[in-house]
Design a protein around this ligand. Structure first.
Ligand code: KG4
Ligand code: ZN
Length: 350
């Protein structure tokens, strides 16, 4: 069976997204319904609210994607859905929807690991964004989002080696918690980025945790605690007047910690292609520092456009169609799982 177009569904956290993707990475259509405003009053994603919203949004979004792309479901060769890892109630909405569509329309189904999808995001392209010509395997990929901070060596489709991961908070989570402490609204990463532009990144000395440890792991809880103590030591008026400097200093600590391990892996493994993906790769200081680093070290850096860095169904469709092409598929027993399966990623034995 040939697979040209898949319809993909992503509901692993708080974004409902549906896409139609061609097997070469061309994104026919990708729409997302963001829930940030709904979760804002709580300062974080409330799982129960997220899954309820997915149930309201998913079918209208499927219809809208079909309508906008002028596709009918008989032109679709398969269904791809994020089945792991993520919030279980949220994942279930996507999985049940995809299973139902697959059953009704008699199409093959594939459950996709959300992190695998992030790793393959640089292969996506559309009318405004062309796929980079020289993106080839192997490459290093740093996946940095609100839920994950992982460094991978991507050998091929389906062959991923985990080099390192955060031992505590994810980078995005650290940004969001720090922002909350400063009284900024959720999700705070974007606002820290914006405020930091007017701040002095050297004003406050904050720790770069784990940089002296000989591993590719990350840690942000020490930084979070130090930043919390610093913010709490200030008066209300200082907190406001120092906001830009606090944001710039905090952001610099996160960026340096990420770059330190990324550089270590690129040098030690002699890899010259590097991908940044996940919501935090939107950070302007990280982009600036990583671009300068890549230039200096003759590394080709791939950072997909923000719409494919943050959670989206297009990346799920692309990861799914590669697996369908290889002959893999899921059946109606597909279930959602809060964590990755042991077979999804190989742990590095370095
Ligand atoms: O990948 P994503 O959209 O969702 C998942 O968490 O899977 O990532 C969202 C995270 C949030 O923590 C948000 O604060 C962070 O990405 N983020 C940023 C920026 N834009 C989004 N962090 C720092 N600077 C940014 N510009
Ligand atoms: Zn994600």
């Amino acid at each position: 069976m040939s697979f040209e177009y898949v319809l993909a569904i992503e509901t692993s956290c708080d974004d409902t997204s549906v896409a139609i993707v061609r097997q070469d990475g061309y994104v026919v259509e990708c729409l997302a319904a963001n829930q940030d405003l709904v979760h804002q009053p709580f300062g974080g994603v409330v799982p129960e609210i997220a899954s309820r919203n997915h149930t309201l949004q998913i079918l209208p979004l499927v219809e809208k994607v079909l309508e906008k792309s002028e596709f009918t479901i008989d032109k679709i060769d398969g269904l791809a859905v994020t089945s792991r890892p993520g919030l279980i109630g949220s994942l279930l909405v996507g999985v049940v929807t995809a299973k139902t569509l697959a059953l009704i329309h008699d199409r093959p189904l594939i459950g996709v690991n959300h992190l695998e999808a992030h790793l393959l995001a640089p292969f996506l392209y559309d009318d405004e964004f062309s796929k980079p010509q020289d993106l080839k395997f192997p490459y290093l990929a740093l996946a940095i989002s609100g839920g994950h901070t992982q460094l991978y060596l991507v050998h091929d489709f389906g062959q991923y080696e985990v080099l390192g991961r955060t031992v505590d908070d994810a980078a995005g989570e650290a940004f969001d918690k720090f922002a909350k402490r400063l009284g900024l609204s959720f999700p705070g990463g974007v606002q820290v980025d914006r405020l930091a532009k007017d701040g002095d990144k050297n004003k406050y000395a904050l720790p770069r945790t784990m940089v002296h440890e000989d591993s590719y792991n990350f840690s942000f809880s020490g930084l979070k605690s130090a930043a919390t103590r610093l913010v709490d030591s200030l008066s209300d008026s200082e907190r406001l007047s120092e906001r830009a400097h606090l944001c710039a200093s905090f952001q610099e600590a996160v960026v340096e910690s990420l770059m330190y391990k990324l550089n270590k892996a690129a040098q030690e493994l002699s890899i010259s292609r590097v991908v940044l993906t996940g919501g935090v790769s939107a950070n302007s200081r990280l982009r600036e520092v990583s671009e300068a680093w890549a230039k200096k070290n003759k590394i080709t850096l791939f950072v997909p456009p923000i719409r494919y860095c943050t959670d989206n169904a297009a990346m799920v469709g692309f990861a799914g169609v590669q697996r369908l092409i290889k002959g893999e598929s899921s059946d109606q027993n597909l279930s959602a799982s809060a964590s990755s399966l042991p077979s999804d990623f190989k742990e590095a034995s370095r």
